[in-house]
Design a protein around this ligand. Structure first.
Ligand code: PLP
Length: 428
């Protein structure tokens, strides 16, 4: 199916202009049209854990596809469609290299991390999970990496178990030995918490799970945008993430799976593009990765995700991680001075996601106050109701920082937090 040499096509189709080599925030911001849009002149965007903004390189890649070579992939013999196919398959190869996968065909395009988890829940768990089997998740999971396992466990008559986190927001790794049993078939664990920012030692969990023969699915939605990852070094069996949290378009996500596991799994969606042969009553399936990619895919989003990865790699994931760490430390130090704020999650080894509460004030009111000062923060349960239950709160406010956020913006965040305290004082 792949007619073009992907590497050659990558060079021909390169859409990345020069981006700064070091983390010069002003320079980086200049690549993001949203920040120079007149209505956003005051905007301080602190909700990148929900979705990130997109650089012009990504927007251009999508626009170019739509304007210059919009066509369906893998089917047509004409040149424009070959270019679309090459762009699509190049992005697959690029993503494989980006996360250290052994083969490009271990990368499956999905609508997002959520759909990727569901693919495993249906394609793997439906086929292999038996009554009495166990799935282990953690109390830190986003609903996307929890509800699919609740449902898979119910369908199979399996049991769902939880690795707890402690008061510091760290997983209680010492309980792993007790929780992993000979019945454990799968461990589903996040690489970083979207509420507490906690970075998880997934290698430790993977090693422990493999020792008893269980597979591990890692939810990298909050990790891949911020830190380098190598799925082979981790020895992860499945790894999922979303394009829109890493500067890419919405509606595109990745399921990585080891070749053998994907081969053994059943397809989840059936129809065009995923078949090898079709008879009146029976069909057989295409080889990887197409077996899982039924119907017309979100081709421009895949190509846009390739451009996002180019952008991230130009800057360097290590540099992005350092930048995020320094902003996080700065904000946490400032917050530690404010006795009316409760900050959740660990002090060290955490992502640039800071959940907090203001004494006596609902998180939605806090977020609305910030919005009136042109600062976009999040409030709610963050699709992590188990975390909320454990913290004994209904919701938190959450500020999340990324490569385009400056220390000045962090200062503005702290300043408005102090103003909020003054504003709400009369009601508490
Ligand atoms: N996993 C984590 C840790 C997340 O933070 C999110 C989104 O916030 C998801 C999964 C789901 O991602 P998507 O909505 O893109 O499928």
């Amino acid at each position: 199916k792949q007619k073009n040499n992907p590497n050659q096509a990558v060079n021909e189709m390169s859409i990345v202009e020069s981006v700064p080599k070091t983390l010069n925030v002003a320079d980086i911001r200049s690549h993001f049209p949203i920040f120079s849009y007149p209505e956003n002149s005051e905007l301080v965007y602190l909700d990148s854990a929900a979705t990130t903004q997109r650089p012009v390189q990504v927007l251009d890649a999508v626009r170019k596809f739509n304007e210059e070579y919009n066509s369906n992939i893998h089917r047509a013999a004409y040149k424009m469609a070959e270019k679309a196919t090459a762009g699509y398959e190049c992005a697959r190869l690029q993503i494989a290299q980006f996360i250290g996968a052994k083969h490009a065909h271990e990368i499956i395009f999905t609508r997002g991390a959520t759909e990727a988890a569901n693919f495993v829940a249906y394609g793997w768990a439906n086929k292999f999970l038996k009554p009495g089997d166990e799935i282990l998740v953690t109390e830190l999971e986003h609903h996307s990496n929890l509800v699919p396992w609740q449902m898979a466990a119910k369908r199979a008559g399996a049991k769902l178990k939880f690795l707890p986190f402690n008061a510091n927001g760290e997983l209680e790794y010492e309980k792993l030995d007790d929780l992993l049993t000979t019945c454990t078939r799968l461990v589903a664990v996040t690489h970083a918490s979207n509420v507490l920012g906690t970075r998880i030692d997934v290698k430790r969990i993977i090693d422990a799970a493999h020792e008893i023969g269980a597979l591990v699915l890692v939810d990298g939605a909050q990790h891949v945008p911020h830190s380098p990852v190598n799925v082979q070094e981790l020895d992860a069996d499945f790894y999922i993430f979303s394009g829109h949290k890493m500067l890419g378009p919405m509606g595109i996500g990745i399921l990585y799976g080891k070749e053998k596991l994907l081969d053994d799994m059943d397809p989840v969606l059936f129809g065009g593009s995923m078949i090898d042969d079709v008879q009146y009553q029976e069909s057989t399936w295409a080889e990887l990765p197409w077996k899982f990619e039924a119907g017309t895919q979100n081709i421009p989003a895949v190509i846009g995700l390739g451009a996002a990865i180019d952008f991230l790699q130009e800057i360097g994931l290590e540099n992005i991680e350092k930048h995020n760490d320094s902003i996080t430390n700065y904000v946490l130090n400032e917050l530690a001075e404010l006795d009316f704020v409760t900050v959740y999650g660990p002090r060290q080894n955490r992502n640039a996601v800071i959940s907090f509460s203001m004494q006596g004030i609902h998180a939605h009111d806090v977020a609305t106050f910030f919005d009136n000062k042109s600062i976009a923060i999040r409030s709610g349960h963050h699709c992590a109701k188990i975390v909320m239950k454990k913290l004994n709160v209904a919701s938190t406010a959450r500020a999340s920082f990324y490569l385009y956020n400056s220390i000045e913006e962090a200062d503005r965040f702290i300043e408005v937090l102090k103003q909020a305290r003054g504003y709400f004082a009369k009601w508490i």
